[in-house]
Design a protein around this ligand. Structure first.
Ligand code: CXF
Ligand code: ZN
Length: 369
């Protein structure tokens, strides 16, 4: 059954959102209709608004969301209406070359349909009042009261989990904690350096602590973000005022960090990763730049058996990872409250993105009634 609901529609890069009444497509057999309760504002949405990430328009952004299952298609068995879910933006076909090699982030169907901003099976799931098809960013399009996802994207979590914090698990927290837990190999007592203290970095440093790291250094250029990192157990270092390399070497008999997790997305940050890591140590790059940009490295910083790895979703296995991340929050092992700078309404979306662009906020979260 089709349904009318309010959603934020972006008609072109550089434009403002318009809140419109849109109409959902009929539910497919594998679909789940989710009543969105909270959705975070992420830099990837901002890249679409600012034009550096180009997707077909008009589009509904929002890919970090949690909500309540409203209805399910005939073939969906793992959730029922009323379940609380966190949404994953990385559905996979399960049988392509990369799915067979445990790299769903490279799934052929995911990579083919993602840039088209359609849902996973290639069909649109929402339309404007005049019938024009709406695109959806990252197989979600969560800046609306409802969204239809492929069933596998809806992961049930503990009902005690508050929606505003639950939504963060779907992108930033999964990416950051996952980098530390699923991608890097952090040994007990390890020295870890986290570069960039946005939502992903603040999650990464907590992931490092959960993995038993010894000293976790955290670098940023904003004092407010460094205070947050400090409150979460990291040793704060200002990227310009402090000598980051000296601090890391001083803590490791001159070797350098065992593991460096990068979440700043700047050339200087990428360069710092390979300078600061010890010989044989591990670097994980999470941040990103315009794909056409060049980054230069001092060749010597890439030598000595350093392991450099890119990760875009922290090795996410959503059905495995979202429930334990929620549990870690509920057990007070993972702090999420400090990541939320503002709670806003859908009508305040553009102001929320302006604040993210200026670096004023970690996460603004759209709350739906
Ligand atoms: C991004 C990271 C780079 C690839 C696309 C998704 N993560 C979250 O927004
Ligand atoms: Zn994101």
């Amino acid at each position: 059954m089709e349904r009318d609901y309010r959603a934020a529609v972006l008609a072109g890069a550089g434009q403002k959102h318009r809140i419109e009444t849109v109409r959902s497509a009929p539910l497919g057999a594998k679909d789940v209709l989710v009543r969105v309760r909270a959705a975070g504002l992420c830099h990837t949405d901002l890249e679409v608004i600012d034009g550096s990430l180009r997707v077909p328009m008009p589009v509904v952004l929002g890919h970090e969301a949690a909500g309540i299952v409203e209805a399910v298609g005939g073939e969906v068995e793992h959730v029922v209406p009323g379940d609380h879910v966190v949404l994953s933006w990385n559905p996979r076909c399960g049988h392509c070359f990369y799915c067979d090699r445990d790299l769903p982030i490279l799934c052929a169907q995911y990579l083919a349909n993602g840039p088209k901003a359609l849902q996973f099976d290639g069909r649109p799931r929402a339309f404007r009042a005049d019938g024009e098809q709406l695109h959806a960013l990252m197989f979600l399009g969560a800046f609306g009261e409802f969204c239809i996802v492929d069933g596998q994207q809806a992961v049930p979590i503990d009902r005690e989990m508050p929606f505003d914090r639950a939504c963060l698990l779907g992108c930033a927290v999964m990416t950051g904690v996952g980098a530390a837990r699923n991608i890097a190999h952090i040994e007990p007592g390890a020295c870890v350096l986290v570069i960039g203290c946005g939502a992903v970095g603040l999650a990464a440093l907590q992931g490092a602590r959960l993995a038993g790291a010894g000293t976790v250094f955290a670098v940023d250029l904003r004092d407010e973000k460094l205070s947050l990192a400090k409150s979460l157990g990291a040793v704060p270092l200002h990227g310009e005022r402090d000598d980051v390399l000296a601090a890391v070497r001083g803590a490791t008999d001159g070797r350098g960090a065992d593991v460096v997790l990068e979440s700043a997305g700047a050339p200087s940050a990428f360069r710092l990763t390979t300078e600061a890591v010890r010989p044989g140590g591990e670097v994980v790059w999470l941040g990103k730049l315009d794909v056409e940009r060049d980054v230069g490295f001092r060749w010597g910083s890439l030598m000595q058996e350093k392991r450099i790895r890119r990760s875009s979703y922290g090795g996410a296995e959503p059905a495995r990872d979202f429930p334990w991340l929620a549990r870690a929050y509920l057990d007070a092992q993972l702090a999420l409250d400090p990541l939320i700078s503002r709670r806003i309404t859908l009508d305040e979306l553009d102001d929320g993105f302006a604040a993210l662009r200026n670096g004023e906020t970690i996460r603004s979260v759209v709350m739906f009634p």
